[in-house]
Design a protein around this ligand. Structure first.
Ligand code: AMP
Length: 541
């Protein structure tokens, strides 16, 4: 072997920060209220105190699963590094899962301890008899804020207070598990994805690239995307690697709270799902404020609508960086970064281009296949199931025999996409959401994103419903903005010059709200059932 074999470990990211940018800041809107700030050097000391406490006081060993149920905060950050660094595994739990699902995944992961924010303690108290693997619950706060509870609780600050600030990180196998995240499956039980040290470090390196998320030493990044789902898109690791300022929003996900942090901390890059940005943009419109310091808003998790691309660019001079990925991919797969070619496009054409999910980052290979498994051309026209492979993509689900998504060394994403000649991918739909009308396909995503551009609508959902002649036809469920009263016909008219005529929804139904999954995506399964016969029952077919 001619080159050194140094394992890629999460602890090495933190050690690099201690040496290279000890004074870079981590700022948190705490769950208790006030803004907290400290440096990477101080965060590292506390991560080491935590690692000591885990080993010495709680008897945690390498490979043990330690659950977290927490917002984006500095204490959660300390857990990311302290737990994984000492060789145990952070199991981040999404508090928006149904309580039975939380009980299921804690049991499935055999979590030994749970670190919980004050906000989420009631969730655990309600489940207390259903979590037999748990040996203790640690509340992420200080003594002063410790709540009354039927449970026997430990206090985080007390747990680490008297522990040494020095700790020798073990030299682990880089392929050992480091962090565990469960998918928020719409059917069946959630499935676990175990990220390794190696996959996490490689993913973070890729995320930082200029052509990916472009995180560097001058960045001040504000991940609104939660640390309880896919590690906040790997940003805690990536920012620590680069010495970027890290701004954690805690429980403040509303437009006003986010804007306040952006302004006071001079955030340069924001990251989150479209619903969060809708909230922020609406707030900024209401109060007539502008984002002055932000140059990039990374949008992923669901497709970014055209109205959002335009609003960020034209009102806030911020580039909407569209990205795609999934739990099974750590999550980054593609990023639509700004190229010279895009700069030269007429602006409307560039906006259209930004709607695509982007080019694969190095490390991610993509192909699209038809129903017979035959590879389709990368011509921007042909669409089929999107398969991926790479060093930060899942190879098997945690303790799960289901191999149905694994095909000859590739992972079937369940998405349907086109890929063009420069490897830019565009999601057409989730395979199960695509509407099959008379043998042709209609993209529910495309229809939703066109419809939500209507000035009176705040959210749209398109589902395929039964039709005696065409098999399925699109039905649009829409939430009206407060104080507006558009007619169904006006919505259809609005769509007429935006989509093919045969794509126009057969009916428009106004609803007060739409159901979402734990990761904020539209939950269509129940709607498909409820509205299955809507067209025939209402004489529309
Ligand atoms: P999750 O594993 O919960 O993060 O969900 C992953 C799924 O979200 C992907 O398979 C896509 O269906 C969807 N998704 C993620 N990013 C995008 C995007 N930029 N545009 C459209 N769909 C997306």
């Amino acid at each position: 072997m001619s080159m050194m074999q140094q394992p890629m470990l999460i602890s090495s990211i933190l050690e690099h920060a201690i040496v290279s940018h000890p004074n870079a800041e981590i700022v948190t809107r705490t769950v208790e209220g006030p803004i907290h700030r400290y440096t990477y050097a101080e965060a590292a000391k506390r991560s080491k105190q935590l690692a000591n406490a885990l080993g010495d006081k709680l008897g945690v060993k390498q490979g043990d699963r330690i659950a977290t149920l927490a917002w984006n905060t500095s204490r959660h950050y300390e857990l990311y590094f302290g737990v994984s660094g000492m060789g145990a595994i952070t199991h981040t739990i999404n508090p928006r899962l149904f309580p039975e699902q939380i009980a299921y995944i804690v049991g499935h992961a055999e979590d030994r301890y749970l670190f919980v924010d004050l906000t989420f303690l009631p969730l655990i108290e309600a489940l207390k008899d259903k979590l037999p693997s748990l040996e203790g619950v640690v509340v992420l706060t200080d003594r002063e804020h410790m709540p009354e509870s039927d449970l026997e609780l430990l206090c985080y600050e007390e747990l680490i207070a008297d522990c040494s600030e020095t700790y020798e990180w073990p030299e682990l196998d880089e392929n050992a598990g480091a962090a565990l995240c469960y998918t928020s499956g719409t059917t069946g039980n959630p499935k676990g994805v175990m990220y390794t040290h190696r996959s996490t470090v490689l993913h973070a390196m890729a995320a930082c690239q200029n052509d990916a998320l472009g995180i560097d030493v001058d960045s001040a990044i504000l991940p609104v995307v939660p640390m309880f789902h896919v590690n906040a898109w790997g940003t805690p690791y990536a920012a620590t690697m680069m010495g970027a300022k890290m701004i954690f929003p805690g429980a403040g996900m509303d437009g006003a709270s986010i804007y306040e942090l952006v302004e006071s901390e001079k955030a340069t890059q924001l990251l989150g799902v479209p619903t969060i940005w809708l909230g922020l943009l609406n707030y900024l419109d209401e109060v007539g404020k502008k984002l002055d310091t932000v140059h990039t808003v990374v949008v992923g998790g669901a497709a970014a609508p055209l109205s959002m691309v335009k609003a960020f660019q034209e009102k806030h001079d911020a580039f909407l960086l569209h990205a795609w990925g999934m739990t099974e991919m750590s999550p980054i797969g593609t990023v639509n970064s700004l190229t010279q070619k895009m700069r030269e496009m007429p602006i409307e054409e560039r906006y259209q281009h930004q709607l695509k999910q982007g080019r694969a980052v190095f490390g991610v290979e993509m192909k699209i296949i038809d129903d017979d498994g035959k590879a389709l051309p990368h011509d921007g026209e042909a669409y089929g199931r999107l398969l991926v492979r790479g060093p930060w993509i899942v190879d098997e689900y945690y303790k799960n025999e289901d191999r149905s998504s694994f095909v000859d060394g590739w992972f079937d994403t369940g998405d349907v996409a086109t890929i063009d000649s420069d490897n830019t991918m565009q999601i057409v739909d989730r395979a199960k959401d695509v509407i099959k009308s008379g043998g042709e396909w209609i993209s529910s995503i495309e229809l939703e994103n066109q419809a939500v551009g209507h000035p009176d609508l705040s959210e749209c959902c398109v589902i395929g419903v039964a039709h005696p002649k065409w098999d399925e036809r699109p039905l649009l469920l829409a939430v009206r903005k407060e104080g507006t009263d558009p007619s169904p016909d006006s919505i259809r008219e609005f769509l007429e010059d935006k989509v093919a005529k045969w794509w126009l929804p057969d009916a428009v139904v106004f609803v007060d709200e739409l159901p979402h999954t734990a990761t904020g995506k539209l939950l269509k399964i129940g709607l498909r059932k409820d509205y299955a016969n809507y067209l025939t029952e209402n004489g529309l077919a």
